[in-house]
Design a protein. Structure first.
Length: 247
């Protein structure tokens, strides 16, 4: 079965980003921002409550300490320091999860950290250290250090596919600072082809392999709700069921 996930809780103070509640009916997993690229204690708690209301599985969406750059700028950090930065963020979210009676389902690095972990084994190992502590899976890109390191370390690896990002000739993501409007029908067709045939078309029109367990629709894509709805409808009974009701 395929899950649909979205990066959520990315509003901050009086600034609103994305329509999390409108997205909830079309996803099965929420990656909640932990304060270092977006979010704050109020929005973390509110997003956890929303996820519980809709029976959505919750993961920690952690990043480099780059609030001004929305976590999309790279920085150099030693493995131990990065481990501490991640634990700090996951621990904050997990406190709100514990209060709500919602388990931590997974980890997902954000932005530049996601890309760095795909290429650099020491970064992926720092994430694996955290995953082993919390005993949860990690979302990542198949065929990269995500898959190699997490698998070697005994961490459950969840291959992720993106409905609203383009792919290069190596099957890598083309990450932009801002997510543009995405055609919902095109996104849904792309996801269906990836799920059924294990292929995705690159920006140059060639086909490369794609491995899919969960599909991401970014909440800051301008028409995210329409994209998520289209993907959900196109995949039909291939989509996993919601989590059992939380107590």
């Amino acid at each position: 079965m395929i899950n649909i996930n979205s990066d959520m809780g990315e509003s901050f103070g009086i600034w609103k980003l994305g329509d999390d509640e409108a997205l909830m009916p079309y996803i099965t997993e929420a990656n909640i921002a932990c304060g270092f690229h977006a979010s704050d204690p109020n929005h973390m708690r509110m997003t956890v409550a929303l996820a519980k209301k809709y029976n959505i599985r919750v993961g920690a969406h952690f990043s480099l300490p780059d609030l001004q750059g929305f976590g999309r700028r790279e920085m150099k950090m030693e493995r131990e320091e990065l481990f501490n930065v991640i634990v700090y963020q996951v621990g904050a979210l997990k406190s709100f999860l514990d209060m709500a009676g919602v388990p931590l389902n997974h980890l997902k690095p954000h932005g530049a950290l996601y890309g760095m972990a795909a290429r650099q084994s020491d970064i992926a190992n720092a994430i694996a250290d955290v995953a082993l502590h919390y005993q949860v899976p990690v979302f990542g890109l198949a065929g990269t250090c995500h898959e190699q390191v997490y698998t070697e370390r005994g961490v459950t690896f969840v291959p992720e596919f993106y409905a609203d990002l383009d792919y290069d000739e190596n099957g890598g993501l083309i990450i932009t600072r801002n997510h543009p409007h995405t055609d919902p029908d095109d996104a849904a067709e792309k996801c269906l082809r990836a799920v059924d045939d294990g292929k995705v078309k690159t920006v140059n029109g060639n086909w490369v392999s794609a491995t899919v367990n969960t599909i991401c629709v970014h909440s800051d894509t301008p028409n995210a709700v329409e994209v998520a709805r289209s993907v959900r409808e196109k995949l039909g009974d291939r989509v996993a069921s919601p989590s059992p009701a939380y107590t």
